[in-house]
Design a protein. Structure first.
Length: 223
């Protein structure tokens, strides 16, 4: 089957979770819940996990139960020096350029954070657009409406034309239910739980060579 649109999650998908950035974001979430909301230290991890499991993001739980302002929260938790964790990834850039499909970011983070990450990786100009939690009006993966919003933004009618690359199986399961092909990136899960399982995003070519459909992969490479 040929595909016309590829959706990519952002954090821990386009860069490895082992680089420490996501750990720092999680720490900033805990600090926000303690310092800005006054929650007790011993209940914060369980509260955060419950909100994330129930609503898809910690933010949505905080909006519902604590009336947190999204802009304040997002500015706080993403206030990190991205250049200390990320760097220009020429191999990823070359790989993405060679793909013949339309490329989109599909993230539960906000556009400002996505722009920062993509710029540090040196791939911001390769994506047609970004579907983020603001543009989805806080309806996020794995809510079925989130995938419909992403399809509409990309101008896709049939999810069978699309692949979602994501590091979280729960997000991929939601996509698979409506017809996406799914590719699990990283170590969260075991082979067979998604249509494809990539150790890193750099392994697309080895694991999914059919995405190129016999086209010349090098015709548009640039540095």
């Amino acid at each position: 089957m040929s595909f016309s649109t590829l959706f990519f999650d952002l954090d821990a998908t386009l860069y490895p979770s082992s680089n420490g950035l996501w750990d720092q974001i999680r720490l900033r979430i805990y600090q926000f819940m303690r310092g800005e909301l006054g929650l007790a230290e011993d209940i914060i991890p369980a509260t955060r996990d419950r909100y994330w499991t129930t609503y898809g993001t910690t933010l949505e739980g905080l909006r519902i139960h604590h009336q947190v302002d999204p802009d304040d929260y997002l500015a706080y938790v993403h206030d990190l020096p991205l250049d200390q964790y990320l760097e220009h990834d020429q191999a990823l850039r070359d790989l993405l350029i060679s793909l013949p499909q339309d490329l989109w970011i599909f993230t539960n983070a906000d556009r400002r954070h996505a722009d920062g990450v993509l710029n540090e990786l040196g791939i911001a100009d390769l994506f047609t657009g970004i579907v983020d939690l603001i543009s989805m009006d806080f309806v996020v993966k794995p809510n079925p409406k989130a995938y419909q919003i992403a399809l509409a933004r990309a101008g896709e009618v049939d999810p069978k034309n699309c692949v979602l690359f994501d590091d979280l199986l729960v997000n991929l399961n939601g996509a698979k239910k409506i017809g996406f092909t799914t590719a699990l990136v990283g170590e969260n899960g075991i082979p067979g739980q998604a249509d494809y399982h990539l150790p890193t995003i750099h392994a697309i070519r080895e694991n999914m060579p059919h995405l190129w459909n016999g086209k010349d992969e090098d015709h548009n490479l640039e540095s």
